[in-house]
Design a binder for this molecule. Sequence first.
Ligand code: GLN
Length: 193
Amino acid sequence: MPTVGVLAIQGDFQEHRQMLEKLGVEVSEIRLPHQLDDIDGLIIPGGESTTIAQLIDIYHFRDVLKEKIKGGLPVWGTCAGMIIISNRLTDHRPEPLHLMDIEVSRNAFGRQVDSFEADIQFDEIDGPPFHCVFIRAPGVNKTGAGVKVLAHLDDGRPIAVRQGNMLATSFHPELTDDTRIHGLFVKIIQGSA
Ligand code: GLN
């Protein structure tokens, strides 16, 4: 079984840890850059993307994260994590890592009703639709040629995207009991998805 790192500097890393433990994988909470050497994949959790980006810089994660992910380390960004790995933001802050070829807007689903839940079908995931929890979620405006949309809202807006070793979801699978997307990420790490 692989060892999956969860960036544990801000946000809901604990919930991801619990989901991964249900799947029986080794989990490593990543608080310093050298800890990235001992993992097979990395989750960047939801939280507050400007704070996560600030801490990425304060703890000197930026260059090593970019180098490792460009070198093939599987990464999955959920919500704020999607913002962090995006190539381009329509917002002035934070400075993303410019990795995944998507253009993202923060808090894309409105100010008043900015949290909602929806059951959405994924092609890659067997069984019933996935119950997706959106909390002040980012929206994907554009996807580059190498980016595959795994799931979208009824109006066509993507909510789960993949580009090779990089996966991003605008919702929070770690806040449900459903481990199927964590399972998909483990398969990506193992090279079987
Ligand atoms: N709106 C938050 C941000 O822009 C992300 C919210 C989340 O991760 N649930 O950082």
